[in-house]
Design a protein around this ligand. Structure first.
Ligand SMILES: Nc1ncnc2c1ncn2[C@@H]1O[C@H](COP(=O)(O)OP(=O)(O)OP(=O)(O)O)[C@@H](O)[C@H]1O
Ligand SMILES: Cc1ncc(C[n+]2csc(CCOP(=O)(O)O)c2C)c(N)n1
Ligand SMILES: [Mg+2]
Ligand SMILES: [Mg+2]
Ligand SMILES: [Mg+2]
Length: 330
């Protein structure tokens, strides 16, 4: 296999059986009609030792915390509120009972924060590396789920917060490990990598507004997630390099080019990226402010063959999708 995304395209079923399934494969989570005024939303993401974490990048508590948080983030990207989760875990012999207890405490911390119940899972052994797969279930008001295919020419492109901090933190962890010495500034980025915060309140707020909104969460990097919106909607997203730089890690010693690269291709920020009309954006900024949060405008949408472009004083440059892609050699 040489590309995660073409693999996923190849396994999409041609037909589905259940009438209440409204959106299957192809977005951050699936949606099917619930019983009353709600739609059900469900997603699953795995974390694998050596790929998503090592014992020297995350503590067992942080591994558990992040495994649930990344799934809650996919629900947030649909505008859904989380309610339940299931955990499938494959445990190698070099993991102690204390470490596993701590990992579950990390998941419980996120569950407690959002009122989610652990309702099941599966436990198996494995030879070398720990594998943790979490399924998250939530709900959104009927018909209010937000999808990637809703962008239209003229829209504003926005994000819910800084991007690139997680990649900066991972680079520091790769150099020094989690017990290394960090300045206060460096520690902030290490923390962004280790303990990302899913944007549930912003997703819910966006779903409750009466506006057309396209939305995605940033797991693989701003460029790749923007491209998913561009492809699903059949439009071009033009990102302003200066605005991206303003939201990138503010690390004095690092070149601007590298900071922009972290933001565009780093991934694991778990902020939301989306598009909506200019006037909807103004109203949503006010609604966000009432929660003490912000939306940041970083570009615009225009008609054209699906693409993501980076605009600067020197012109526009089409972005290559060099975000995180399992199986692709980098
Ligand atoms: N092995 C698989 N079998 C069935 N469906 C899959 C499989 N892998 C991914 N999908 C589906 O493909 C779509 C895109 O999945 P993808 O994992 O790229 O999104 P994501 O969870 O938002 O991204 P990330 O995994 O980077 O957080 C989703 O609808 C997902 O349920
Ligand atoms: C030890 C270690 N090495 C590399 C990385 C970087 N990384 C792994 S997966 C991923 C994208 C999201 O994954 P997915 O698409 O599966 O959601 C990124 C940026 C890390 N976190 N830890
Ligand atoms: Mg996602
Ligand atoms: Mg996924
Ligand atoms: Mg995901």
């Amino acid at each position: 296999m040489d590309d995660e995304f073409s693999f996923i395209r190849s396994i999409v079923p041609r037909e589905t059986y259940q009438e209440r399934l409204t959106h299957g494969i192809g977005d951050d989570a699936a949606v099917y009609t619930g019983q009353d005024a709600w739609d059900e939303v469900v997603c699953v993401d795995a974390m694998v030792e050596g790929v998503h974490f090592r014992k020297d990048t995350l503590s067992p508590f942080q591994i558990g915390r992040k495994a649930l948080a990344i799934n809650v983030s996919d629900l947030a990207a649909m505008g859904a509120v989380p309610q339940f989760y299931l955990v499938s875990i494959a445990i190698p012999p070099n993991w102690s009972a204390e470490e596993l207890t701590s990992l579950y405490e990390g998941m419980r911390a996120v569950g407690d924060r959002y009122g989610m119940d652990l309702i099941g899972g599966d436990t198996v052994s494995i030879k070398d590396s720990l594998v943790l797969s979490v399924t998250a279930i939530g709900r959104v008001k009927k018909g209010c789920a937000l999808f990637r295919n809703q962008a239209q020419p003229g829209d504003v492109v926005f994000v819910t917060g800084p991007v690139g901090g997680s990649a900066a933190g991972l680079e520091l962890l790769d150099q020094r490990g989690r017990f290394g010495a960090f300045t206060e500034q460096e520690r902030r980025y290490v923390h962004m990598h280790q303990e990302p915060v899913p944007q549930v309140e912003m997703g819910k707020m966006l779903a409750e507004q009466p506006y057309r909104v396209a939305l995605n969460d940033i797991s693989d990097g701003l460029a790749s997630e923007s491209m998913e919106i561009a492809e699903a909607s059949g439009v071009q997203l033009v990102l302003d390099q200066q605005k991206v730089l303003e939201l990138s890690p503010q690390m004095d010693s690092v070149l601007p080019e590298k900071r922009v690269k972290w933001s565009l291709n780093g991934g694991e920020d778990f902020q939301l990226v989306g598009t909506m009309t200019d006037s909807a954006f103004s109203s949503c900024c006010e609604a966000a402010q009432q929660q003490g949060r912000h939306l940041y405008k970083i570009g615009f949408v225009r008609a054209g063959e699906p693409a993501v472009l980076l605009a600067s004083e020197t012109g526009e440059q089409a972005l290559q999708m060099s975000g995180y892609n399992h199986f692709k050699r980098r």
